[in-house]
Design a protein around this ligand. Structure first.
Ligand SMILES: [Zn+2]
Length: 294
């Protein structure tokens, strides 16, 4: 009696899981758990029987916790049956959609491999991820929508744009934004033959190798890579990412309070600063933007 009371008390804490739902023409809706607050240790058999089409197999959580697997139970939406489809009030998952759900009932709590979970829908993860993706596409639109001569029809996917951004930032981190822009411009102008290594100036050999490797890795033409990486860095030079302030140390030296990096005033900036005008800089190293403290 006491044990039962204790068990029911524990069950009152809400339990959230992620579920991929399948919906067929007859209106049946069944789900598979992809992320589970009650994941179970995986056996060797699980590794071998897990099918590559299994949604669990593709879930990030599976890779983050390789020794664990969500409970292997069928998931049903609380209160729903196919005959209720026409008059159903509220949301229902579309075929293939992933939702965060609250577990209402586990029909066989003692066995993680059998039975069903009855759930209430909480958040449409598929719609959420799509919205995130659209935001990310908007953020990287400068890279994605660029048109470049040698391949006018080239389309850059979001994944490629993200890889190009990463490359551009790493390229700039080593050299500073301004120098990186100049270097990329030089490389962009090189003829294709130079990428065969035949006639690369020695001091550029390593950088060309870096670009060739990256272009191969993400499957874009080296001209696309150098051009769009440059566009992105120029964009950062104009807009900055995030905010910082700078301190002036004399002899044209300025340092960024955010990353500690040191840059130099141009002569013009130095004169303006001496006249007491406000100077806004973008950090060469971390691309943050801000004023130079007086
Ligand atoms: Zn900085």
């Amino acid at each position: 009696m006491q044990a039962a009371a204790k068990a029911s008390k524990e069950e009152t804490a809400p339990e959230f899981i992620d579920v991929v739902f399948k919906r067929n023409a007859q209106g049946e809706i069944k789900g598979v758990v992809t992320r589970d607050c009650k994941s179970i240790p995986m056996t060797l058999r699980d590794h071998y029987t897990m099918h590559k089409d299994d949604p669990v197999y593709h879930d990030d959580d599976f890779y983050e916790n390789p020794g664990k697997t969500p409970r292997r139970k069928i998931v049903f939406v609380f209160g729903y049956r196919p005959e209720k489809l026409e008059n159903w009030q509220g949301a229902l998952p579309k075929d293939g959609e992933e939702w965060t759900c609250e577990v209402i009932k586990d029909t066989t709590p003692e066995d993680p491999w059998r039975g069903a979970l009855v759930v209430k829908l909480v958040t449409n993860l598929t719609a959420f991820k799509e919205a995130q993706r659209r935001k990310e596409e908007e953020r990287l639109s400068i890279i994605m929508r660029q048109k470049n001569d040698p391949m006018e029809e080239y389309s850059i996917t979001l994944e490629k744009a993200q890889a190009i951004e990463k490359f551009a930032l790493a390229f700039a981190e080593k050299r500073g934004l301004n120098m990186a822009v100049k270097t990329l411009e030089v490389f962009w102008g090189y003829p294709a033959s130079i990428y065969d290594f035949g006639n690369v100036p020695t001091h550029h050999r390593q950088e060309v190798a870096e670009i060739v490797r990256m272009a191969r890795d993400i499957c874009v033409h080296y001209k696309i890579l150098t051009y769009s990486a440059r566009l992105w860095l120029e964009h950062l030079l104009k807009t900055g990412v995030g905010e910082t302030t700078f301190a002036y140390h004399g002899k044209r030296n300025v340092n960024c309070h955010s990353c500690g990096g040191i840059m130099k005033f141009s002569k013009e900036e130095k004169n303006k600063f001496a006249r007491g005008e406000e100077i806004l800089l973008v950090c060469e190293h971390c691309a943050k933007k801000g004023p130079v403290n007086k």
